[in-house]
Design a protein around this ligand. Structure first.
Ligand code: SF4
Ligand code: SF4
Length: 381
């Protein structure tokens, strides 16, 4: 991709950081090389400590680990790019003759976009959007968690479009946070990301075009998802979608397939976050700010330079280490995290149209106790 052809922020309805993020500085990569994070990394990755307490027993960890297994054993999207189910050019021998025969499929970009979205949904995506790729969303460098090598990251020339996919996580499952059972819900999301991205990339290759499926590797998923019309960011730092709130996992496929793009579609998140600070209140690591937005992140794990709420990933990871499992309290308590239903759909519609009722809606959210976790016993029984 030609990184010189567009200036950061050019023709986008939201600002773009003025530099490319080095994946080496992402917290899970820092856990591998940064002495400061080593004690937390040792506790989180190496120390197995079952408890009597439900949600942290051997059986609970067995569930979590099984749910992650496609990502950990076959996809490797959290470890490195271009491997396993996220391989950039893999074509199965069984279908090679179909891929290589005939001319690339041609149709108007809009129609092609609708075919791509249909296939993505069928393969398991809950939300699909399409955008042009901004160069500053691609990592400047990749940090390979398996080889511990650090090298420049670049998409091949001519790959300018991204199909961004969101896989929703189970509503009740997220309410199990911060037990390790919730880690299983997240892990299942990661495993499904790999399956969906792989199948859709194979479909695009079958049309005669290049397709680069990615998990968390290669590029920042959140701004891609925003540009593809999937949602907005909020105080908790991740994507908030209108339909599922922040309860989604993201993956993407970069491609040279000509496609018409979606547009950024904010729906009132920022204004709501100004009033609501539930994620900051319920964050056990005090990693989320209850203050104003800034342009400066907390540390090297933030990509500074745009006005937003930055999450302190060092504090977040310190809690994960103490918990010996991940956490999704911020997702659990977010008022945008609601199941489908007439009342919740109506509320989403109100927030999209006006800020007038935000305080009242927040009061209602507190009144009904939506932020409360469910007991893990309920999950198993
Ligand atoms: S995952 Fe948990 S510790 Fe991390 S920011 Fe969210 S609530 Fe805080
Ligand atoms: S919990 Fe409240 S403040 Fe935090 S992201 Fe959700 S709406 Fe915004």
């Amino acid at each position: 991709m030609n990184t010189e052809s567009r200036k950061p922020g050019q023709d986008l309805p939201f600002s773009v950081a003025p530099y490319r993020f080095d994946q080496k500085n992402e917290m899970f990569k820092r856990a591998l090389w940064d002495e400061k994070m080593r004690p937390h990394a040792m506790r989180f990755y190496k120390e197995v400590k079952f408890k009597e307490k439900i949600g942290y027993r051997k059986i609970d960890y067995a569930f979590r680990n099984a749910a992650w297994n496609i990502e950990w054993s076959a996809a490797f999207g959290n470890a490195r790019s271009n491997s396993g189910l996220y391989e950039w050019e893999g074509i199965n021998e069984r279908i090679k003759q179909y891929v290589e025969s005939g001319e690339p499929v041609k149709m108007p970009p809009e129609k092609m976009g609708s075919y791509i979205k249909k296939a993505a949904r069928y393969f398991g995506a809950d939300l699909v959007g399409i955008c042009r790729v901004h160069p500053n969303w691609i990592y400047s460098h990749e940090y390979n968690a398996l080889s511990r090598k650090h090298y420049p990251a670049e998409l091949p020339k001519g790959i300018n479009n991204a199909v961004v996919l969101a896989v929703a996580m189970d509503y009740q499952g997220i309410q199990l946070s911060p037990t390790t059972l919730e880690g299983g819900i997240t892990g299942f999301g990661y495993s499904m990301m790999a399956v969906v991205a792989n199948l859709l990339a194979t479909f695009i290759r079958g049309l005669g075009y290049r397709a680069i499926p990615c998990g968390n590797d290669t590029a920042l998923s959140v701004p891609l998802a925003m540009a593809a019309g999937l949602g907005e960011t909020g105080r908790l730092g991740i994507l908030i979608t209108e339909k599922f709130g922040p309860r989604v996992r993201l993956c993407k496929i970069f491609t040279d397939l000509p496609l018409s793009c979606d547009t950024y579609r904010p729906f009132g998140v920022k204004a709501f976050c100004e009033e609501c600070k539930k994620c900051a209140t319920y964050c056990p690591g005090q990693a989320i700010t209850d203050s104003e937005m800034t342009e400066e992140g907390h540390n090297i794990s933030n990509q500074s330079g745009t006005l937003k709420w930055y999450v302190n990933a060092e504090k977040c990871f310190a809690f994960w280490a103490k918990n010996r499992s991940d956490c999704a309290n911020c997702i659990r308590v977010c008022p945008f995290n609601k199941p489908q239903g007439i009342i919740h759909d109506m509320t989403r519609g109100i927030i999209r149209r006006t800020t007038l009722f935000n305080r009242f809606l927040l009061w209602m959210d507190d009144f009904f106790g939506y932020e409360k976790p469910i007991h893990p016993e309920k999950f198993w029984n």
